[in-house]
Design a protein around this ligand. Structure first.
Ligand SMILES: [Zn+2]
Length: 170
């Protein structure tokens, strides 16, 4: 079966930076996504997989714009130490809602420095500004169910998965 819009694709993937230093590797059953521009996966990789079948293997180079974006210095800010739990250290990641924002505005940030009563936060994705090299091997292709297409995401093998953002009960 060929990869096309509304197929569910499973692949194993190894990600390195542009110098081939390993960043991440899928384990176990690999990574599964709904193919067809549903914002479920990097568009550039979807493009490379279009029309391919199980066993297809390719290394795809993603520029920062294709991956997690360019590094934005404006996303770095300083906050009061008192806003944070006692036990914090550089490298910890938090999610938060900016002042005056709603739940839709939730943002992720990493603590990059703590000095006295000030904490430096970086709202960039840890891989922002990096070119990535993704080696993918397609291990399974199946047709998506109507329900998956309707929800625009993949459901688990038993046809159920948790969502908080759907009214529909499976
Ligand atoms: Zn769903």
């Amino acid at each position: 079966m060929k990869i096309a819009k509304n197929t569910v694709v499973t692949l194993s993937m190894a990600v390195t930076d542009a110098q081939n230093n390993p960043i991440e590797e899928t384990s176990g059953d690999g990574f599964t996504y709904l193919h067809g521009g549903y914002d479920d996966f990097f568009p550039k990789i979807e493009e490379a997989l279009e029309g391919q079948e199980v066993g297809f293997k390719s290394t795809i180079q993603l520029e920062p714009d294709d991956a997690f974006g360019e590094y934005d210095a404006e996303l770095v800010r300083v906050e009061d130490r008192s806003l944070f739990p006692k036990e914090i250290e550089p490298g910890m990641m938090f999610e938060g809602i900016p002042e005056g924002g709603t739940e839709d505005d939730v943002e992720f940030f990493t603590i990059t420095d703590i000095e006295g009563d000030k904490v430096v936060l970086d709202g960039n994705h840890p891989l922002a500004g990096q070119a990535l090299r993704c080696t993918v091997t397609v291990t399974e292709v199946r047709e998506a169910s109507e329900e998956e297409i309707e929800h625009q995401h993949v459901h688990g093998a038993d046809g159920h998965h948790d969502h908080d953002d759907h009214e529909t009960v499976h």
